[in-house]
Design a protein around this ligand. Structure first.
Ligand SMILES: Cc1cc2nc3c(=O)[nH]c(=O)nc-3n(C[C@H](O)[C@H](O)[C@H](O)COP(=O)(O)OP(=O)(O)OC[C@H]3O[C@@H](n4cnc5c(N)ncnc54)[C@H](O)[C@@H]3O)c2cc1C
Length: 547
């Protein structure tokens, strides 16, 4: 029912009702199918409960507040003594508590820090994707905490002790030494002023001390600075090494992390990102000296998966808002939803989201099965950077297009669209920026026979959607050319997406995706590709059922 309200001078009509008090799972056919196809059908009821909770008007309002009131740094107390404390809005803490209750920070781990059995990854991926549709700033420490466990694997005893706190359901925001807390979060400090991608240029030094190491230096970006401990990289005598640096020393005094200031960011405003100096900060070594990069490698795969999941969530929310608005808004005596050109835009947007959802959920299954199946491990190695590249770089322009579907209302802060739009670029930048992802894929294709075989198999499979693919995929076989890497990786990601939803979506949807995104370069703008009317209708019903 459209909103109709009285005003002093006029009646408010021709507006869409708010997209709230909904079930984010039940309304999302591609998600439901992907969950089923990737082995998590038994989770459907619980996912629907999660979708209802996160889809409430209350949660959307809390998200608005958490972002309207960004965190503030209290570097000193009134007497000039260092506090290095960051105060967050209560709404941020409520989101942390919700995510902890759903164990988004730990559900893919067993209590000993080993991987939880399938479908832990797929089930968490579905929840993370829904949470990102509502509030994503708080998901930064959630992501870092769950991924940090992968790096801690190098120190099993330490992991067991920490897991008891990491895996708890009760979020504990107290600023106290971690052994005194019910639960803890982990952050990461890798990037320095002179290098983020190139962490081997880290200048921060680590000197062995009686009970650990003393670390001196800085980090140029260190998000979620109220985390209880941070995985940091520093130069030890044996080379670049990973460390775990708690906020408090073992004697209970404040550790030497001096927060300099918080970044004034484009988006991601509910989350704090700090610049920090380490002054003889106490830390424990994680893994061998000189093996720092190797130690964090598994962790980075997990954060990259979360970037792709979150950006898929942004696109899903932007699409749902656009479809909802167009169903209610009439222009020239016709709902926008029924105007042919708008329908072309909406169905093309829906097709993009279908591909992204299918791909990230298939990828989550690869993480579920990697330990027992080398082919799935190869899939995860190859497709994680490709999916992060493709999805995270697609999201900003996608959200802009969805915003325009709402006209002026989409540009205004009360709608969710401006926040999604500001949030989107960061997922492409952090955890390995676009070009770096492409270089990772090239490296895997060159070195990893299984990965290259998988790619060839995907290209062969494409014949079932496109007929004789001919030399369509020739540029992809140029694994040596860095200059062409974006072409190769874009094709790989779209091929993998088509393959993933070939198992779930109706054939016509796969065929439309392959025709508009594989057989040729997708048009620079949405809606400039022809999708047959019945397929367009099906896509929009799948995106948001009518009624
Ligand atoms: C909001 C926010 C929060 C952050 N939080 C954290 C945090 O908590 N912890 C942390 O450690 N870091 C954090 N970062 C830092 C982030 O991880 C880095 O900014 C990112 O890794 C890129 O590093 P850089 O900024 O040094 O850019 P650079 O490494 O200088 O890269 C600049 C550009 O060059 C490209 N490039 C690099 N190498 C090549 C190449 N060989 N060929 C072609 N192109 C190349 C990159 O893709 C990128 O586009 C955060 C960043 C942001 C924006």
């Amino acid at each position: 029912m459209a909103i109709a309200g009285r005003f002093d001078t006029h009646e408010v009509t021709n507006q869409s009702p708010p997209f709230a008090d909904i079930d984010l799972f039940a309304l999302d056919a591609p998600l439901q199918e992907a969950v089923r196809a990737n082995g998590a059908a038994q989770e459907a009821k619980a996912l629907s409960a999660f979708g209802q909770r996160w889809g409430t008007a209350e949660m959307f309002e809390l998200a608005r507040r958490a972002n309207a009131h960004p965190p503030e740094l209290e570097a000193f107390d009134p007497h000039g003594v260092r506090r290095d404390f960051v105060e967050f809005h209560p709404a941020y803490h409520l989101f942390m508590a919700e995510s902890f209750a759903a164990r988004l920070q730990a559900s893919t781990w067993r209590p000993d820090g080993n991987a939880a059995p399938p479908p832990a990854q797929v089930a968490r991926a579905a929840r993370f994707y829904m949470a990102a549709q509502v509030e994503t700033g708080h998901l930064c420490p959630i992501t870092m905490t769950r991924a940090g466990v992968a790096a801690l694997a190098a120190e099993p005893e330490l992991t067991t002790v920490l897991m008891a706190k990491i895996a708890a359901r009760d979020y504990d925001p107290a600023f106290r030494p971690w052994p005194e807390k019910k639960s803890i979060t982990l952050g990461m400090g890798m990037t320095e002023k002179q290098g983020g991608t190139d962490v081997r240029r880290n200048t921060t030094r680590a000197v062995p001390a009686a009970d650990g190491y003393a670390i001196t230096g800085h980090k140029w970006f260190m998000s979620a600075p109220m985390s209880d401990a941070f995985l940091v990289l520093a130069q030890a005598p044996g080379g670049l090494t990973s460390f775990l640096m708690p906020r408090f020393r073992p004697d209970g005094s404040l550790n030497g992390l001096r927060l300099q200031r918080l970044k004034d960011k484009l988006g991601n405003r509910s989350n704090a990102s700090s610049e920090v100096e380490f002054t003889d900060a106490y830390a424990l070594r994680v893994g061998e000296e000189g093996r720092g990069v190797r130690t964090i490698l598994q962790m980075v795969q997990l954060t990259r998966l979360d970037c792709a999941l979150a950006s898929t969530g942004f696109m899903r929310m932007a699409l749902a808002q656009a479809v909802q608005h167009c169903r209610y808004r009439s222009v020239f005596q016709r709902h926008l939803y029924d105007q042919p050109m708008m329908r072309a835009v909406l169905s093309d947007l829906a097709l993009e989201v279908e591909g992204a959802v299918a791909l990230v959920m298939r990828l989550a299954r690869a993480f579920d099965q990697a330990a027992s199946d080398p082919r799935e491990a190869a899939y995860a190695r190859l497709v994680t950077p490709a999916a992060k590249y493709w999805i995270c770089k697609t999201a900003p322009s996608f959200i802009y297009e969805a915003m325009e579907c709402l006209g002026g209302n989409g540009y205004v802060e009360e709608s969710v669209l401006p926040r999604l739009y500001r949030e989107a670029p960061v997922n492409a930048i952090w955890e390995g920026s676009g070009n770096v992802m492409c270089l990772d894929v090239l490296r895997a294709l060159r070195r990893d026979e299984e990965a290259a075989d998988f790619f060839a198999q995907l290209a062969r499979q494409s014949a079932s959607w496109l007929g004789d693919a001919g030399d369509l995929f020739a540029p992809m076989n140029d694994f040596e050319s860095e200059a062409k890497a974006r072409i190769t990786v874009g094709k790989l990601a779209t091929l993998a997406a088509a393959s993933a939803f070939d198992a779930t979506a109706p054939h016509a949807v796969t065929e439309a995706f392959a025709r508009t995104r594989l057989a040729r370069q997708h048009a620079a703008l949405y809606g400039a590709d022809e999708i047959e009317a019945p397929t367009g209708d099906a896509l929009l019903q799948r995106a948001l059922p009518e009624g």
